[in-house]
Design a protein around this ligand. Structure first.
Ligand code: SF4
Ligand code: SF4
Length: 441
């Protein structure tokens, strides 16, 4: 595979949560909170009422729009509150499962039946975008993709959830990959990861020697951020750069996250909806960094408690990695399906320099994996010049954060570009590829 253009080698900080490669099971917290707002700003309709009893896997909210996916309870207990924004469930500590979660008598035969099962299981892109997986699969079929890439790169510092998932569940990931390949009609599938995870590739190859899923290959890529971006992976596989307006799907390549492949395996082979995922709890302020099976809807506070709390007060708490994650101020916020990590960062990891004037050093240009000119985009946004921002292709920015990271003048380039992207949404010259989100990790 071809090496990615630009990018940067970042300090990895992964040792803390890798001190054990086990994924810890957690007992249910007393309260679990399920936000009802989804992609496309769809608000799910509750299917339960206050006072109802639910089981693990009970469908608790859905929407008639086929772009949506339903939401399932991650605990057994009583529905204690329903508002316009969320459903709150009080756990009963019994941890009883829906009887439908079991090995099905037979598997479907048609790709469209698999896609409907994946939708009904509530599966979204677990690589960070949260985009419904069934829509990506239907688009991949329409584009007649030839290659499926399963992304196990995890190039964000601190994040190890996919690393331990691959170590602990290689067979499930291989089988989930084969399902996705078969559903999309891809001729080949490649599970990729970075060179700091060579043991993962050895395990996958050993397991596949017995499984004999011959259309699945594995590949190692250099350790470099953002190695796992969809366009970078497609370019590495194809051996050519993608054109500016070309998405991975346009190039007939579908990129899915390893956690998504695992969830697809569970949905099809175990009839298990997506109600939990592996989350890395880490950062210098966490006493016992680790990876856990986090029930969707668990509050950040409860997850930190499972890691023995804080060594010192964090300066910033993030859902996701330090480059592309979201800073959260409310530790009552629950984990949703796309959250890969919960980080508590110390002051030394937070940029705090005073913003200065641009020196035209071009460092931001050198690192940009999308070959953009962040400095020009920043100036266009500051001047409110939407036409210029679009001319310089603001929507090709994947918000990887590298330009901000290297800027010696402490200019918050990525934040400015993010706000510019929002402002240019109403501009008449909006390119079509801006509406299909890319996998991030
Ligand atoms: S945030 Fe956007 S502009 Fe900045 S380096 Fe990443 S892709 Fe390029
Ligand atoms: S890195 Fe910062 S100072 Fe250098 S050109 Fe880019 S915006 Fe200007």
């Amino acid at each position: 595979m071809k090496k990615m253009k630009a990018g940067l080698v970042l300090p990895d900080h992964k040792y803390g949560s890798l001190s054990s490669t086990k994924i810890q099971n957690l007992s249910s917290p007393r309260f679990i909170k399920f936000p009802l707002r989804q992609h496309f700003d769809l608000v799910l309709n509750p299917l339960v009422q206050e006072g109802d009893f639910v089981l693990i896997g009970t469908k608790i909210a859905a929407h008639e729009d086929l772009n949506s996916v339903p939401l399932h309870s991650s605990t057994s207990g009583r529905v204690s509150k329903i508002t316009l924004d969320f459903i709150l469930i009080e756990a009963d500590e019994a941890d009883k499962f829906e009887p439908s979660i079991r090995i099905p008598a037979e598997l479907p035969t048609e790709p469209k039946q698999f896609i409907e099962l994946i939708r009904q299981a509530g599966i979204v892109d677990l690589g960070g975008s949260g985009f419904p997986t069934h829509l990506r699969l239907m688009e991949a079929q329409r584009k007649e993709i030839h290659t499926l890439i399963i992304n196990g790169c995890e190039s964000e510092p601190f994040l190890t959830s996919n690393h331990v998932l691959m170590l602990n569940h290689p067979v499930e990931i291989l089988k989930g990959t084969e399902l996705l390949r078969m559903i999309t009609g891809a001729e080949r599938a490649i599970i990729v990861t970075e060179r700091n995870k060579t043991e993962v590739i050895e395990i996958l190859n050993t397991k596949n020697y017995n499984l004999k899923l011959n259309a699945i290959e594995t590949a190692l890529l250099p350790v470099r951020f953002p190695q796992g971006s969809e366009r970078a992976l497609a370019a590495s596989t194809l051996g050519r750069e993608l054109k500016r307006s070309e998405t991975a799907l346009d190039a007939r390549v579908l990129v899915e996250d390893v956690a998504t492949a695992f969830a697809v395996y569970e949905a099809i082979y175990l009839n298990k909806p997506l109600y939990e995922r592996v989350v890395t709890i880490a950062g210098p302020c966490v006493i016992e960094p680790k990876n856990v099976w986090a029930r969707i809807g668990t509050r950040a506070n409860d997850l930190f408690r499972s890691a023995k709390g804080f060594l010192r007060e964090p300066s910033r708490v993030l859902f996701g990695g330090p480059m592309m994650g979201e800073a959260i101020s409310d530790l009552e916020r629950p984990v949703t399906k796309e959250v890969q990590a919960l980080l508590a960062l110390s002051p030394d990891l937070i940029p705090n320099g005073q913003e200065e004037a641009c020196t035209k050093c071009a460092k931001c240009v050198d690192v940009c994996p999308e070959s953009l000119i962040p400095e020009t985009l920043m100036k266009a946004v500051k001047k409110g010049n939407a036409a210029l921002a679009l001319e310089y292709d603001i929507n090709s920015c994947t918000e990887c954060g590298l330009c901000s990271y290297v800027c010696p003048s402490n200019i918050p380039l990525v934040q400015l570009i993010q706000s510019g992207k929002t402002k240019t949404k109403s501009h008449p010259f909006q390119p079509a590829y801006a509406v299909f989100p890319q996998s991030q990790s």
